[in-house]
Design a protein around this ligand. Structure first.
Ligand SMILES: [Zn+2]
Ligand SMILES: [Zn+2]
Length: 413
């Protein structure tokens, strides 16, 4: 499967002109053996550095691309954070002009950030269908304890070898599935924000993300069966979702309340006593079920009870996150995206909001799908006590100043 970016970029019906830094994406069996030729075709080269971790170095042993330098990071304790970045920057030859990331999400985020910092071109070789961020132009990082979306660069080309991806542990593909199924919630949040506050919305980008999600949901049985076509579709869906984010310039179509739950768990806030070693997509999958259950329930609340929006107080933030992290989140929420939302506005838009929510799958439907795919569904599946669910719903909007129904829930009851 080849995704030709020319087909997607350009003048759009939404009134904007969308651009893509990623010119070419290929998802095929064996395509990594053509990487150097593809790079030459796209005028990528100069001093080239390939970055692996020890696992992906071994997994791609028969098809390492030619490079002037190879860096193999140790996967233990490697995270997309300030330490991971410092580690790579220290090893990266100063003359690097093109950096190839050969790995999954963490390697990609570290490389894309370092490529940005050094002004180098970035080439992506995903080795697992584990996240949708491969072609993102921003790096999702934990920076000094806070989840941050940092400016970085998108890959010029993406070469996703299905032979390698299919051979990766099944758990990684399940995680990719969890990341994609979250788009149901993310797209609803985006539409609701558009309805309520007039936030910019592009139906074309939303449609692309929807199609990518459907492609992934349809291949759940094939993934379990180890079918190469299903892996190709899953990878295609993940990459398409990433391209949709790139077209928009932010993660709006792909990240809403479900991702905020995942980020909250990742931050392991002092006052919440949650901690999880689960993968990003596993947490997102759990967050998605929690969010969809709650969103379906919110359809039944009485609009007469709605109140004007009230933001997170200092006391609330400190109780959940502790003094140090609370300071960062106070900054994040300073220009609260929901500050102007009133009860009356919500009542006026409520019918439209409920129409958006009625498009969401039912939690039972989703749970059955998870079961077929062996996907983490309950908080316990990722090491979080079930009784924490209510607190996760309450606190998660604070991690990102983005309008979601979960944030608006503060006005609904
Ligand atoms: Zn558009
Ligand atoms: Zn994600």
């Amino acid at each position: 499967m080849i995704i030709d970016s020319k087909q997607y970029a350009g003048r759009c019906a939404c009134g904007k002109t969308h651009t893509l830094q990623t010119a070419y994406t290929v998802v095929e069996r064996g395509c990594m053996t053509k990487l150097n030729a593809l790079m030459a075709q796209h005028e990528l080269g100069g001093f080239t550095v390939a970055v692996y971790d020890a696992n992906t170095y071994a997994a791609t042993a028969d098809r390492h691309p030619q490079a002037d330098a190879e860096i193999v990071l140790q996967p233990e304790g490697l995270h997309a954070d300030e330490r991971g970045v410092a580690l790579l920057l220290e090893k990266l030859p100063p003359q690097a002009q093109t950096i190839i990331a050969v790995g999954a999400g963490t390697i990609h985020d570290i490389v894309r950030y370092c490529a940005y910092a050094r002004g180098a071109d970035f080439v992506s070789c995903p080795t697992a269908a584990s996240v949708d961020g491969f072609c993102s132009s921003v790096a999702s990082m934990t920076w000094e304890g806070c989840k941050r979306t940092l400016t970085a660069v998108a890959p010029k080309i993406v070469v996703a070898d299905v032979d390698i991806i299919k051979a990766a542990p099944l758990r990684l593909a399940r995680s990719g599935f969890g990341d994609m199924v979250g788009k149901y919630v993310a797209l609803s949040d985006w539409k609701i924000a558009h309805l309520l506050t007039g936030e910019y919305y592009c139906p074309h980008i939303a449609q692309l993300t929807q199609e990518a999600t459907q492609a992934v949901v349809d291949c759940v049985d094939g993934i379990i069966a180890g079918d190469a076509d299903a892996y190709e579709k899953l990878t295609y869906g993940l990459l398409l979702s990433g391209l949709a984010m790139q077209m928009l310039g932010n993660s709006r179509p792909a990240s809403g309340a479900e991702h905020h739950i995942s980020h909250l768990i990742e931050m392991a806030p002092e006052g919440l006593d949650v901690r999880s070693d689960a993968l990003h997509g596993e947490k997102v999958g759990v967050g998605t079920l929690l969010a969809i259950g709650e969103y379906q329930r919110l359809r039944t609340v009485d609009p007469q009870q709605f109140a004007d929006y009230r933001g997170f107080s200092d006391g609330e933030l400190q109780a959940i996150f502790g003094a140090q992290t609370a300071a960062g989140l106070r900054e994040e929420n300073r220009q609260d995206c929901a500050a102007a939302v009133t009860a009356q506005q919500l009542r006026q838009s409520w019918q439209g909001i409920c129409a958006v929510l009625s498009q969401l799958p039912q939690p039972e439907e989703l749970r059955a799908l998870y079961e077929r795919g062996g996907i983490c569904a309950a908080p316990e599946d990722i090491g979080v006590a079930g009784e924490k669910a209510a607190q996760l719903l309450d606190a998660s909007p604070a991690v990102r100043n983005r309008l979601t129904l979960m944030r608006l829930r503060r006005c609904l009851e």
